[in-house]
Design a protein around this ligand. Structure first.
Ligand SMILES: Nc1ncnc2c1ncn2[C@@H]1O[C@H](COP(=O)(O)OP(=O)(O)OP(=O)(O)O)[C@@H](O)[C@H]1O
Length: 236
């Protein structure tokens, strides 16, 4: 897909801290609308810290980050829900309520993000479940689904507000290789629909099978495969 217009993410001279420790120092990069980008690096290199900063869970203390029309560096508490409505977030651990059905899990987030009309909620539920390749699972409880199916429900939940950017933190981390592959195919379908995706992963098979731009956290910096050749397969 050709990239045009303003980037969806623009990071300028950003330094990311956890407490007093500098995790990533003076980062500069952009992600364009419609891009799918991998984020890699050894454990503790700062992938999750960067993603948390993007969805305003970790305050940005130095530098600038703009996501869509939101400036993260001075975002007000009351504006964080507005930012998050433009983002979809998917984690490795599925984070579904175990005592609620698939539909209830998704309706819960819809209601929390301002949905009110029951008919529209039902039709959106059907749409997002279809987009992630799930059939009639609405009334099932999470424990009645496989790990891969549960992760698809989480992805469906992340799509309810038609996010501009999907942030995924090791979304295939707990899944078998074939299941991971299927989940990644779903991410690629979502990406074809125009949603940008930034995905942290340790799954080098995915990167080998589906080569895309790679950002690598290393020694406090981010290396970009658009600018340098990355030695991906030496990562511990
Ligand atoms: N809540 C926290 N409080 C203090 N330090 C933290 C916190 N979370 C992470 N860190 C530290 O920040 C650094 C970066 O961690 P981060 O979780 O961003 O790495 P990562 O690349 O996502 O690792 P992994 O691949 O294991 O998920 C590490 O040194 C970690 O110990």
């Amino acid at each position: 897909m050709p990239f045009s217009g303003e980037p969806i993410v623009r990071i300028e001279d950003a330094t990311i801290f956890q407490d007093d420790k500098t995790v990533l120092n003076n980062i500069n990069l952009s992600i364009n609308k419609g891009e799918l980008v991998y984020l890699v690096g050894r454990t503790g290199s700062g992938k999750s810290s960067l993603l948390k900063t993007l969805y305003a869970d970790l305050p940005l203390r130095l530098g600038k980050i703009r996501i869509a029309t939101h400036d993260i560096q001075n975002i007000k508490r009351k504006d964080i829900p507005l930012l998050r409505r433009k983002l979809g977030v998917v984690f490795q651990d599925f984070q579904l309520f175990p005592d609620r059905s698939v539909a209830e899990n998704i309706f819960f987030v819809m209601k929390a993000t301002g949905w009110k009309n029951k008919a529209k909620m039902k039709s959106k539920l059907a749409e997002v479940l279809m987009r992630v390749g799930l059939g009639v699972v609405s009334s099932k409880m999470p424990h009645q689904l496989s790990g891969g199916e549960q992760q698809r429900v989480v992805i469906a939940r992340a799509l309810i507000n038609d996010p501009l950017l999907l942030i995924a933190d090791e979304p295939t981390g707990n899944l078998d290789p074939e299941v991971s592959d299927g989940i990644f195919q779903t991410f690629m379908e979502i990406n074809k629909g125009g949603t940008s995706i930034l995905m942290a992963t340790h799954d080098y098979n995915l990167i080998k099978n589906y080569p895309k731009r790679v950002l690598k956290c290393e020694k406090g910096s981010i290396l970009d495969s658009n600018e340098v050749e990355l030695s991906l397969f030496k990562v511990s």
